[in-house]
Design a protein around this ligand. Structure first.
Ligand SMILES: *Cc1c(COP(=O)(O)O)cnc(C)c1O
Length: 345
């Protein structure tokens, strides 16, 4: 299949992760995470975040989020998230399922970002026993709408969380893209903003499979390994999840790949911005461009074989760049948009 702009999950395995898999594929090694690749990957994360943290490797983001959230709350608690949060819209109720009933309470905020006032309103709305007790705030960085929280915005949420004794969970399926966009050390967007748990996405940044769950709140990590096992998320051949991360973390490949994806999205944004019939829906801050296109143009693009989603967030075409997106792909897409626009005039 030609390159698409449908999802960063359409991309393959990056060469660094592939090489690391080859290297880990030597002889026998202890199973269930007792191998040296897993130990080293955990250490690399601690070095990257410049802090002690507990690290776990799971197969996908839904499991990472759902299990991390479940570890932060009891079944009678509630989790505050944005109404467009992946945990709400795209995880088939997994956070509620794995927490045995914790309720997601939906907050608002512009461009997919939680607004501290909206979080505060939900927390202070009720204080009685009939309301599921707010316990966690879940944020997504970069957001589902392709925007990025600044450290100041994260601090705003942190302050509300501190005031009301709430834990903070960060869905970082595209954390790398956010770090690349902001040009700040990872700890400035996590540890320093009070994050208790980060689900650090690997699949969308060039791994075959796998996300890392990082607990900065070490106490919350207690018994998390049991949760992973019970949920079918403990890899027996863990070395192959961990080794990919070693490849990605080595020499900053993760950041280079994310920066490249962001760069391609910036090119796409710039080209589409020049077309008066195309409306860019949100500020392009990471690797996604959301564009409202005339229906006829969408149909023409699909006719020409382009695949993309139009149901994510609030509609419009979501165009996503990946670690391997080629500039020629972006240019070919833009050329087809232009041709379709000419044909509809
Ligand atoms: C892709 C994604 C996930 C993880 O999805 P899986 O398909 O379960 O790996 C989580 N959160 C966000 C914001 C995502 O975009």
């Amino acid at each position: 299949m030609r390159q698409q702009l449908a999802s960063d999950n359409y991309a393959g395995l990056c060469p660094e992760a592939l090489a690391a898999l080859e290297q880990a594929n030597q002889g026998h090694a202890p199973s269930y995470g007792q191998d040296r690749w897993t130990a080293e990957a955990c250490d690399q994360f601690r070095a990257l975040f410049e802090t002690p943290c507990e690290v776990f490797f799971v197969f996908n983001g839904t499991a990472a989020n759902a299990l991390a959230l479940a570890s932060l709350c009891q079944s009678y608690h509630s989790i505050i998230c944005h109404r467009h949060a992946h945990v709400e819209t795209d995880e088939c109720g997994a956070p509620e399922f794995f927490s045995h009933g914790a309720k997601l309470l939906l907050a608002d905020g512009r461009d997919g970002k939680l607004d501290p006032a909206s979080v505060e309103e939900i927390v202070t709305r009720r204080g009685d026993i009939h309301y599921p007790k707010p316990r966690v705030v879940s944020l997504t960085q970069a957001t589902e709408l392709g925007t990025v929280y600044t450290p100041a915005e994260l601090q705003g949420i942190h302050q509300v969380a501190r005031r009301h004794d709430l834990k903070l969970h960060l869905d970082g399926a595209r954390f790398a893209n956010a770090v690349a966009a902001l040009g700040l050390p990872p700890r400035a967007l996590t540890v320093e903003c009070g994050m208790d748990v980060l689900c650090f996405g690997g699949s969308k940044n060039g791994l075959a499979v796998g996300e890392a769950v990082l607990f900065f709140d070490l106490a919350a990590a207690e018994e998390f390994a049991y949760r992973c096992k019970q949920a079918g998320q403990l890899a027996s051949k863990m070395r192959f999840l961990a080794a990919q991360w070693l490849g990605l973390l080595k020499d900053g490949a993760w950041l280079r790949h994310a920066a490249h994806a962001n760069h391609c999205a910036a090119l796409l944004e710039e080209a589409l911005r020049a077309l008066p019939e195309v409306e860019l829906m949100f500020p392009r801050q990471a690797n996604a461009v959301f564009a409202r296109l005339p229906e006829a143009v969408i149909a023409a693009l699909r006719q020409r074989g382009w695949l993309f989603y139009t149901f994510i967030g609030v509609g419009g075409a979501r165009l996503m760049c990946a670690w391997d997106t080629e500039e020629t792909t972006v240019r070919a897409f833009v050329a087809d948009v232009k041709a379709a626009l000419r044909a509809t005039r």
